[in-house]
Design a protein around this ligand. Structure first.
Ligand SMILES: CC(=O)SCCNC(=O)CCNC(=O)[C@H](O)C(C)(C)COP(=O)(O)OP(=O)(O)OC[C@H]1O[C@@H](n2cnc3c(N)ncnc32)[C@H](O)[C@@H]1OP(=O)(O)O
Ligand SMILES: O=C([O-])CC(=O)C(=O)O
Length: 372
């Protein structure tokens, strides 16, 4: 057996054309994330990730129409959400279960050709935003809302969540956040999706498995934990002592560090600027100042830099989004990447099945239970 590589660090487990990380540069199908974040609509990025090229105007309009048509949910899902709400489940748990439940309403769920896969990808991408928004409303005793025809994907999610159309500034910020979170090479949830569908199981299984992986605090779940930490700290004067205690206790500080980026996450600068602007506009400047002080301390004492999850927490908080919806919102965007990788895996599949080095006991003999 060869050497075990803990956490598969640095291991190349697949080829991909979806996204790439070279140093601090992140690209989607060859387009720099900076270029896309500054210029694109999330719908264009979805098309890009699934087709490895930007859409023409008619292809884009077609995709938008299909997403819109498919955003509507079967009302039986709302009944399920009432049960989840009664059991007080975390929205990410609710999302994981309901992603799986979506398959029940797809008459082509078990079909397995390119056309059926494309159809499923659109259904899943369209419905994930509605699932998150509807669950948030149902648990507040509010009616779930249907999407509006004239709105973009980003604006429709905010409308279905809040019941009011977002301002241009809110829509732009959310659109950028969706683009920044859309894909990230072979991160843990995407790898999970690829492993899952490499058995040639269906797409719903792939995204359900991936959602389970994203939920963890070492991955997408970190954004909610960042907000929890900011709340615990409470004010600027408490930051140094709070952080020192965490460092002394060797606690992980959420929103910092990265398996691949050791010199900083290229997505963080956009979220940092959005956080500065939105906390200022909503009279919550101190939250930003606390964040900046945390980042200074961690850089100085641990050499750690913020990842995509750190400033996204204050961005979503400033938009009035409940903290336990932060990770489901990450999932709305990342579904586009999971689906791209699932499609790519199906195209050139080989079951993913590595080996483990056995380090347990050997040579034991069965002893009847009465003699143990
Ligand atoms: C979308 C995303 O998934 S982005 C990541 C979101 N996750 C988080 O923000 C959670 C906090 N961060 C972490 O737990 C880690 O940095 C991870 C999971 C992102 C990466 O893990 P790894 O690649 O295994 O970490 P890495 O090998 O770089 O760690 C090196 C050292 O820094 C420490 N370290 C890394 N991140 C942190 C952190 N956030 N807080 C404190 N110490 C840390 C590790 O404990 C390790 O210390 P050691 O050598 O004494 O054991
Ligand atoms: O790539 C990773 O390990 C985690 C990450 O930043 C992401 O999934 O966006």
């Amino acid at each position: 057996m060869t050497e075990v590589i803990r956490g598969l660090e640095g291991v190349l487990a697949t080829e991909t054309k979806v996204s790439s990380i070279v140093g601090q540069q992140l690209t989607y199908a060859g387009y720099d994330i900076d270029d896309l974040t500054e210029n694109a609509q999330f719908e264009e990025v979805i098309f890009l990730l699934w087709n490895f090229r930007l859409p023409t105007e008619s292809e884009l309009n077609n995709l938008k129409e299909q997403l819109l048509e498919n955003m509507v949910l079967n009302p039986r899902i709302y009944e399920h959400f009432e049960d989840y709400a009664a059991d007080d489940v975390h929205p990410m748990t609710g999302l994981r279960t309901s992603l799986s439940y979506l398959a029940h309403f797809d008459p082509r769920a078990e079909e397995f050709d390119d056309e059926a896969h494309h159809n499923k990808a659109i259904r899943i991408q369209a419905k994930v935003a509605s699932l998150v928004a509807a669950f948030a409303r149902v648990r507040q005793g509010k009616e779930p809302l249907k999407p509006k025809k004239e709105l973009s994907y980003a604006a429709n999610f905010l409308y279905m969540l809040f019941g009011e159309e977002p301002t241009d500034v809110q829509e732009e910020a959310f659109n950028k956040a969706l683009i920044l979170h859309a894909d990230h090479e072979l991160n843990a949830s995407t790898f999970t999706a690829r492993v899952c569908v490499s058995t040639l199981t269906d797409m719903y299984s792939g995204v359900t498995a991936a959602a389970g992986a994203l939920k963890g605090p070492l991955h997408g779940g970190a954004n909610e934990q960042v907000m929890k930490m900011l709340n615990e700290i409470g004010s600027l004067e408490n930051v140094d002592a709070h952080l020192q205690k965490k460092i002394d206790n060797k606690e992980k500080i959420m929103g910092f560090g990265h398996r691949v980026y050791k010199e900083g996450d290229p997505r963080a600068k956009y979220l940092k600027e959005m956080s500065r602007r939105l906390t200022d506009e909503t009279g919550q400047k101190e939250l930003y100042e606390i964040s900046i002080r945390i980042a200074e301390i961690l850089k100085e004492k641990k050499g750690l830099l913020p990842n995509v999850d750190f400033y996204s927490a204050t961005v979503y908080h400033s938009m009035g989004i409940e903290h336990d919806l932060f990770t489901p919102i990450f999932a709305i965007s990342r579904v586009s990447g999971w689906l791209a990788h699932i499609l790519e895996q199906y195209e050139n599949n080989r079951i993913i099945r590595p080996r483990a080095e056995y380090v347990g006991e050997i040579g034991r003999k069965y002893v009847p239970v009465s003699e143990r």
